[in-house]
Design a protein around this ligand. Structure first.
Ligand code: CP
Length: 355
């Protein structure tokens, strides 16, 4: 990881992803070989937003590696409730721990945290922006169930606007040759502009479709997602989108026998419960693989010499980011910085919003 942190999966090279996938597989097959590997190390989990899988799989991962854990799963029980800034919290906790795993509702919060941390930061989800460790989980899962990460017809269905797992997965899978994407959503919940630009720059084929029926028969992988109620501006806007995409037994009749159905979970009603018993349903195995993926990640990140990895040159911009969900609007001391994206456009350093 070039920066020493994991903010975006593209912080790692494709070779590093492949090494993580291989290591996760070895840990899964030989867990006893790894039970002392993190003895003496402490991981802090700072969850400003609810989580079951990400938080507990990280905690289980560190405990299974012989390390220990500290942290909070509700900022109300920490000094965040007294008004402590993200900067101060990170500065303090990074003095107590060897690695910090953070989930936060604002987009770009993980990048902001990395600017003040004395130890590596792992982005465990920053608002509707990115969720790279879910993507490592997804890559480990696809590698195991499909035996390859190339030449796959991938359907992504549901909330493609706010679904950060979808954004990270597209960014990752567009690096592998021969993959094509069916983007199945309503116009209101289609992918953000910066993800469209990632796809355009990658040269992968992709198309937008309105219904699952149109493409389910073509797919190798169907990645279902929850409509992210908590990210909508009003309850009325959410109600208009709720229940639009439901995978049921009837729809599955049109799918191929070798389809793999993934979902980052939690699920509401977008996958009928009867499908859980179908051999094509991979989502519970996917959640289980998440722990091995995170064990591999913790090991790799703690092996790196963190102090040698901070040499980022920051570019100051005059205007403030126009994304209302960007961390810069809630942590007022943050400076406006920009970087260049794959198409050489200037974008917000924190949340990737185009300037
Ligand atoms: N997939 C995922 O991020 O689940 P949690 O919100 O339960 O962590």
């Amino acid at each position: 990881m070039s920066s020493g942190h994991l903010i975006d999966l593209n912080d790692c090279t494709v070779n590093e992803w492949e090494a993580l996938i291989k290591l996760a597989s070895d840990i899964r097959l030989n867990p006893h070989d790894y039970i002392h590997r993190c003895e003496g190390k402490i991981m802090a989990t700072l969850f400003y937003e609810p989580s079951t899988r990400t938080q507990m799989s990280f905690q289980a991962a560190m405990l299974r590696l012989g390390g220990q854990i500290i942290g909070f799963d509700n900022p109300v029980n920490s000094s965040v409730s007294k008004g402590e800034t993200l900067k101060d919290t990170i500065r303090i906790v990074s003095g107590y721990s060897d690695i910090i795993v953070m989930r936060h509702p604002q987009e770009g919060s993980a990048k902001a945290a990395s600017l003040f941390s004395l130890c590596p930061i792992v982005n465990a989800g920053d608002g509707g922006h990115l969720h790279p460790t879910q993507t490592i989980t997804d890559l480990v899962t696809l590698s195991s169930v499909k035996g390859r990460l190339t030449d796959l017809q991938i359907g992504l269905c549901g909330d493609l606007k706010y679904g950060r797992t979808v954004h990270s997965l597209i960014k990752a899978m567009s690096n592998f040759k021969g993959n094509s994407f069916y983007l199945i959503s309503t116009p209101e919940l289609s992918i953000p502009l910066y993800i469209k630009e990632v796809l355009d720059a990658s040269g992968c084929t992709y198309c937008k479709v309105n219904s699952l029926d149109e493409c389910i028969g073509e797919l190798d992988v169907l990645y279902m997602t929850r409509i992210q109620r908590e990210r909508f501006a009003t309850p009325e806007e959410y109600e208009k989108q709720r229940g639009v995409y439901i995978l049921d037994i009837e729809k599955l009749k049109k799918a191929r026998e070798d389809l793999s159905i993934l979902h980052p979970l939690p699920r509401l009603d977008e996958i009928e419960i009867a499908i859980d018993d179908d051999s094509r349903a991979v989502y519970f195995r996917q959640a289980a693989y998440g722990m091995y993926a995170r064990m591999a990640l913790i090991l790799k990140m703690l092996e790196e010499d963190f102090t040698d990895s901070k040499d980022e040159k920051l570019l100051i911009m005059q205007n403030i980011c126009s994304n209302p969900r960007c961390i810069i609007h809630s942590e007022k001391y943050l400076k406006s910085f920009y970087k260049f994206n794959e198409s050489n456009h200037p974008i917000c350093l924190y949340c990737d919003e185009k300037l």
